[in-house]
Design a protein around this ligand. Structure first.
Ligand code: GLU
Length: 486
């Protein structure tokens, strides 16, 4: 694969950007970048009833967040525009009319009531669904009479009643479909809007698309598209139908499995580089073992041949693991920059970022090793940033200790810490470790009491490093409060 391709991502703006669609965009993007070709973003907005306000922006946001840029599209323009199908209606109408003139399509005047009745009949008789071709052989006069009655027709394709439509799918190999299994599908609706089939074919041809890379769910549309290419005298593109993303139960990944919008993953604090790497490996692999790959490595190594045939599972544990790896690999500056927008969504954390950036920067290395998501960073650093800890006094009581012993230990720690002039981890350890022995306690007993007193939690980053970052003033204040609680 060395020839530069022209590929497209052609979303319908009918909702949020599903990770499955975004992965389709990614496969297209990877092939375009691998071959030095072009990625076209085309908005398939001809289904007026299903159009959702804001969906195009959400799709673009998702693509941009992952760094999936496009060479032609609604916002950047290009030689093959416009890139909204709703702005290309004349082209589809002309194609439909040409097909009617050629005898490859016809006007159908059947009312929706009639079609509903027909479908019900087919269900009852257990017949395959599909238009019964009532209008297929109408004469010009019969059409004119219906026009005169004011009936607005649809245009249907005159699917050949015999023969086969074979094609070579890059992933599925030779696929053969019997034409008699296809019905006379609609090309142009009565409101003048095209169906997906017509618009898709007209545009892929007009935009000189070389490879159609799309999810397996569209494979049943492909014979219809090929029949249209043939009737219009166009050269069809190469087809690549990749498997779908599945949930753990092997059903198509959907909302009931959890978050499915790429923007939800952004909001939950996954890094774009994690998401890029993770999605690229759902259904594609380099060698069945390499997991961590940079964007450039993926571009260099991407090939259609290594897209698998079977659906691949969206493994959330793997995503969390991978995000942890990517988070750990960030430099302190990168980590601060990545985490900052998430901190700003929290009142206390946001205030601290603005007023005490150095303090926040000192906190972050303590949680970088442990955080699986950027959102988790807020949760892990919260105790550093609040004025007052909120915890149950019972939490303070050390293992095999009572309230009196706990208070005694804490008071002793307070006495040792008060005169300390340097509050770095080593100095803290130098006074606190011997103190445990003096009190006849295990180090762990004393440290856990202190940990709760200064963090309000039983689990926190290493105690001395945490206390050092909190600083003497905060620590002493918190120990005082804990003593009062006891
Ligand atoms: N508009 C279709 C979609 O929403 C495009 C399918 C195709 O790539 O042909 O996915």
């Amino acid at each position: 694969m060395t020839q530069p391709v022209r590929v497209r991502f052609a979303p319908s703006p009918t909702g949020f950007p599903h990770v499955g669609n975004i992965r389709t965009a990614m496969f297209n993007w990877l092939l375009a970048r691998h071959t030095g070709g072009k990625l076209i973003l085309r908005i398939e907005d001809t289904d007026v009833a299903r159009k959702v306000e804001g969906a195009v922006e959400a799709i673009m946001d998702g693509l941009r967040w992952l760094g999936l840029d496009w060479d032609e599209g609604p916002d950047v323009g290009g030689d093959y525009g416009p890139y909204y199908q709703s702005e290309r209606l004349e082209l589809y109408k002309a194609a439909a009319e040409r097909l009617v003139e050629q005898g490859d399509a016809y006007y159908c005047y059947c009312s929706s009531e009639r079609l509903t009745e027909m479908r019900a009949g087919q269900v009852k008789l257990k017949q395959p669904p599909g238009y019964d071709r009532l209008c297929r052989e109408l004469t010009g006069d019969e059409c004119a009479r219906r026009e005169a009655e004011g009936i607005r027709p649809v245009v249907r394709f005159k699917t050949p009643l015999e023969g086969q439509t074979p094609y070579d799918d890059v992933i599925w190999g030779n696929v053969v479909v019997e034409n008699r299994t296809l019905d006379d599908f609609v090309l142009l609706k009565s409101d003048g809007y095209p169906t997906y089939h017509l618009a898709n074919v007209v545009d892929d041809h007009a935009m000189e698309i070389s490879h159609v890379i799309r999810a397996e769910e569209w494979i049943s549309s492909t014979p219809r598209h090929l029949l249209l290419y043939k009737a219009l005298g166009f050269e069809p593109p190469l087809y690549v139908h990749h498997p779908m993303i599945l949930g753990p139960d092997r059903a198509k990944l959907s909302k009931r499995h959890g978050a499915v919008s790429i923007l939800d993953y952004r909001d939950m604090g996954y890094l774009p580089q994690t998401m890029f790497n993770f999605l690229s490996l759902i259904g594609w692999s380099l060698d069945d073992k390499t997991e961590l790959m940079t964007r450039q490595e993926l571009v260099d190594n991407f090939s259609l041949e290594r897209i698998g045939k079977t659906g691949a599972i969206f493994n959330r544990e793997k995503l969390d693991w991978m995000n942890g790896v990517y988070i750990r690999n960030l430099t302190p500056d990168e980590f601060f920059a990545a985490v900052q927008p998430y901190l700003m969504t929290d009142l206390d954390a946001g205030k601290a970022v603005i007023a005490e950036e150095e303090y926040v920067r000192a906190i972050l290395p303590l949680v970088q090793e442990r955080a699986k998501t950027l959102l988790e960073v807020i949760e892990l650093t919260r105790f550093f940033l609040v004025d007052q800890l909120d915890y149950d006094a019972g939490l303070l009581i050390g293992k095999n200790m009572d309230a009196a012993a706990t208070a005694k230990a804490l008071k002793a720690a307070q006495d040792k810490l008060t005169p300390l002039s340097s509050f770095d981890p080593d100095s803290l350890e130098a006074v606190l470790r011997p103190l445990a022995a003096e009190l006849g306690l295990k180090a762990g007993q004393l440290f856990s009491v202190l940990r709760v007193a200064v963090t309000g939690r039983t689990a926190a980053p290493p105690l001395f490093a945490t206390m050092a970052v909190l600083g003497k003033e905060r620590c002493m204040k918190r120990i005082e409060v804990a003593l009062k609680m006891l």
